[in-house]
Design a protein around this ligand. Structure first.
Ligand code: HAM
Length: 429
């Protein structure tokens, strides 16, 4: 113990506003969800890509779109000590594109299929399920425009949620068209909007990005927008055929969806297939994941004119959705499988060797420290969620045995004080 009696007591500090800590035991659910999503992506042939959490600010301005809330009001942008403007990544797709171009991954076999996870940063107004540091698992499939690939990406997201036991969500789907039909549609929508009595802000939004006006949640606006023309009714022949192929493949795969022709995503790069996964147990922040095709993005960032499609799944909101559904993931209460309870100094030393040997054999193990008595040490086994306690006291040490307690079944056997014998007892064939 250090002598702090003379030091003045300092006020405790809090974490940054709107940024969650992931502390045990809840962190086990978080990590299980994230790892399971990443595992599903690997199974589907996506390779891991690890990217910087900050990038040159221009990347997001060009990639995500100047008219988006993300770029215009939510970025953590600052000058570094060399006076370069850098930004904490608000999303993953633009950075992946930058890296693919820089490392010539787009010159090899296509599609390039990449997976990433980690923190993203948006200066949003914090509330339940809306954080300033949020966690996503994402995939991007770059370089091939094939509706089968769109269906793969969407089915993969659907499988991710189902693999952690989530069921109360729905997949919403639409097409935002392509460069041949979107400009005409945009004009048509603007003609419609400019004929309405819009306030100044909304009028400005209609000029910059009229699609975003469709997202206006005010009831009087929704009423006025009821007859607005929809992109889905004005698709080019090619975009229509593409979208039909995506939906019929999803039908074949048994992935359920609803068409939402009024979907508005928070990023400007989307073309053609666009989707969102929505969970009704989460209140206002109901989007648990989303994505879509972004056929102009790579060229926008200075690369070849290749297409791409991907998704970002919100890990935080998936965890909240699991809670809302009352789903508890298997194994999250188990810190270790085996817990060593040693009574006395000699037993403690012997136990530390045994625990080390178990770990070397890949069995998760921990032990009591600080010379606790039997009762206190057994409490440690319980807190660790262990399946087995290994009890080693004077009697066992003298007899060359260790008592293996099965904590679920309340049974106990003595086995030889030897790692192989213990492994056999805790891992019955
Ligand atoms: P996004 O829809 O902006 O897409 O974010 C994806 C998911 O991240 C959301 O559905 C939500 O679950 C979660 N999320 C976003 N903001 C927050 C927040 N403030 N707090 C908690 N969770 C949040 C993208 O980021 C695209 N890059 C996805 C993509 C990849 N599209 C194509 N490829």
């Amino acid at each position: 113990m250090t002598d702090s009696s003379q030091a003045p007591k300092l006020a405790a500090l809090s974490g940054p506003k709107g940024v969650p800590d992931y502390v045990p035991p809840a962190s086990a659910t978080f990590i299980t969800v994230r790892d399971e999503f990443a595992r599903q992506a690997r199974i589907a042939g996506y390779q891991h890509i690890e990217l910087p959490v900050f990038e040159d600010t221009h990347l997001f301005a060009r990639g995500v779109g100047e008219s988006t809330d993300i770029v215009s009001k939510e970025m953590y942008t600052f000058a570094d000590r060399g006076d370069r403007s850098v930004t904490l990544r608000p999303e993953g797709t633009a950075g992946v594109m930058r890296s693919v171009i820089e490392h010539n991954l787009d010159r090899g076999y296509l599609p390039v299929k990449l997976n990433y996870y980690g923190p993203f940063f948006r200066y949003e107004r914090p509330q339940a399920g809306r954080y300033r540091q949020l966690q996503q698992v994402g995939v991007e499939a770059i370089g091939v425009d094939d509706p089968l690939l769109d269906a793969e990406v969407i089915a993969l997201a659907d499988r991710c949620y189902r693999s952690v036991g989530l069921t109360g969500f729905r997949l919403e789907l639409t097409s935002l068209g392509d460069h041949t039909c979107r400009p005409q549609y945009r004009e048509k929508l603007q003609d419609f909007l400019f004929a309405l009595p819009l306030d100044e802000d909304t009028r400005r939004r209609a000029e910059i990005n009229p699609l975003r006006v469709l997202d206006d949640k005010r009831p009087e606006m929704q009423e006025m927008l009821a007859d607005a023309p929809l992109m889905l009714d004005h698709l080019s022949e090619e975009s229509r055929a593409h979208f039909d192929a995506v939906t019929s493949t999803l039908d074949d795969l048994g992935v359920e969806y609803v068409i939402n022709p009024r979907m508005v995503r928070g990023l400007d790069y989307y073309t053609k297939t666009t989707f969102e996964f929505v969970h009704d147990g989460l209140g206002a922040q109901s989007g648990i994941g989303g994505g879509g095709r972004y056929d102009g993005l790579m060229a926008q960032i200075g690369g070849q004119d290749l297409s791409g499609i991907g998704f970002g799944l919100g890990v935080d909101r998936t965890v909240l959705a699991l809670e809302a559904e009352g789903v508890r993931l298997e194994g999250v209460d188990k810190r270790v499988e085996v817990f060593g309870v040693a009574i006395g100094e000699a037993a403690g030393r012997r136990m530390s060797l045994l625990v080390d040997a178990l770990r070397a054999a890949g069995i998760s193990a921990d032990m009591s420290y600080g010379g606790r008595g039997l009762k206190g040490a057994m409490k440690g086994a319980d807190r660790a969620g262990a399946s087995y306690a290994l009890v080693l006291g004077e009697r066992e040490l003298e007899g060359g045995v260790v008592a293996v307690k099965n904590l679920a079944e309340h049974t106990q056997v003595d086995v030889a004080l030897d790692v192989d014998a213990v492994i056999k007892a805790v891992r019955p064939a």
